[in-house]
Design a protein around this ligand. Structure first.
Ligand code: KG4
Ligand code: ZN
Length: 391
């Protein structure tokens, strides 16, 4: 099965082409193309992601990245005089579908005039959760390809993608990848810029949300605290870098919100406010104090994440721990989890660094599992952006 996957839920435009062979229980993936174009530089100017800017950039990026992927996958085949006509859908139908992305419509139509129908069996596209305008661009792009070439579309949940991102290693480009066997129940701690969730998985595609953040997501807290400290977007990697030079100090102590709340929910907006108040004590913020605050912030957040996750591991007899999402790229968080799990009979899995942040390989994997589990392809017109789609 050849799959095209599309991810545009936030500030990365990502497309991949994968070929899946083998039985549903033991599939092998070959990565034929995989491109992630980050908009971080663009959003850095604003100190965060602006949905309308993200949408515009996705619309500009998708057609050229699509062509690049086809070429990487050796699926770019120029039409000849004997080629069969493109399909039933007229140009005007595509233009109407993409009326809000008219430049993208023309580019797609030009591509379709130029090449043979690529041999995709399905398209997997992120439909939520995420920024609604950004999601719509990817969805409409998928729909246009689907209509032009008669390819079914499978909607994919972005968080399911993050959870399954630990199954692949993008570093093994274009090689055969066997999915590792997996002991259930698994627990997924999903930590990104938009989400913080603890999800119990009794099997593939079977999710039970144990808890979530009641306010800011972890990544959002990193980004906001970074901003308070005068650090650029995205804040996670910056804080983590400065934290390495930080030291413990009695005058820099932050709360551990909801550590003993007895449930699996989180709250990170209080920590951010605590940093704001703490900063009032340091009107001239020197470089060392900034590092010390970063260190205390990273430790406070990590302690809450680790302790709550451990409690869920014990309560539910978890055998595999997955920590995924952009924040899972944080080395301190990884090493604290590894330390905490010593002595537990549990396998812990983190995505490779490339696959911790948003990418489309994880969308291909999640799409494949939906298709392999015989989930129906929904009618095209029913596929919509769902910015709050919960697992
Ligand atoms: O998963 P992701 O790429 O996008 C969303 O779906 O949100 O996550 C992005 C988030 C940002 O908030 C960023 O600051 C955070 O992940 N992040 C990190 C690190 N790398 C990225 N947070 C802490 N430490 C890191 N090393
Ligand atoms: Zn994400």
């Amino acid at each position: 099965m050849r799959l095209l996957s599309i991810e545009t839920s936030c500030d990365e435009t990502a497309l991949s082409i994968v070929e899946v062979t083998g039985e549903p229980g033991t599939p092998s993936f070959r990565i034929l193309a995989n491109i992630v174009r980050s908009q971080i530089e663009m959003h850095r100017e604003f100190g965060g992601v602006f949905p309308t800017v993200a949408k515009r950039e996705h619309a500009k990026n998708l057609p050229p990245i699509f062509v690049e992927c086809l070429k990487q996958a050796e699926m770019f085949s120029v039409r000849g005089p004997t080629s069969t006509p493109r399909g039933r859908t007229s140009d005007d139908v595509i233009r109407t579908l993409l009326e809000r992305e008219s430049d993208m419509a023309e580019e797609i139509l030009n591509i379709a005039d130029e090449i043979e129908r690529p041999a995709f069996d399905a398209i997997a596209v992120t439909t939520g959760p995420g920024l609604e305008p950004a999601l719509w661009v990817g969805i409409n792009f998928a729909k246009a390809l689907s209509m032009m070439w008669d390819i079914p579309v499978m909607p994919v949940n972005h968080m399911e993608g993050h959870a399954l991102s630990i199954l692949v290693d993008a570093g093994t480009d274009a090689q055969e990848i066997q999915l590792p066997q997996f002991a259930f129940p698994a627990l997924a701690l999903l930590i990104s810029g938009g989400h913080t969730e603890l999800v119990l998985m009794r099997d593939f595609l079977s999710y039970e949300k144990l808890g979530a953040t009641r306010d800011d997501a972890v990544g959002e807290a990193f980004d906001k605290v970074a901003r308070l400290l005068g650090l650029p977007y995205p804040g996670g990697p910056e804080i983590s870098r400065l934290a390495r030079d930080g030291a413990a100090r009695p005058d820099i102590v932050l709360p551990r919100p909801m550590l003993h709340s007895g449930d699996y929910d989180f709250s990170f907006s209080g920590i951010k406010t605590a940093v704001l108040y703490l900063l009032k004590n340091f009107p001239q913020l020197d470089e060392q104090t900034r590092c010390d605050i970063c260190r205390e912030f990273e430790i406070a957040v990590t302690e809450v994440l680790v302790k709550k996750t451990l409690r869920a591991i014990e309560e539910f007899g978890v055998r595999t721990l997955i920590v995924a999402g952009g924040v899972a790229g944080n080395s301190f968080i990884r090493s604290e989890f590894e330390k905490a799990l010593v002595g537990h009979d549990i396998v812990s899995k983190f995505p490779t660094r490339d696959l911790a942040t948003d990418n489309s390989l994880m969308i291909a994997i999640a799409g494949y599992f939906s298709i392999a589990n015989k989930k129906d392809f929904p009618p095209l017109e029913s596929i919509r952006a769902d910015s709050n789609w919960s697992l």
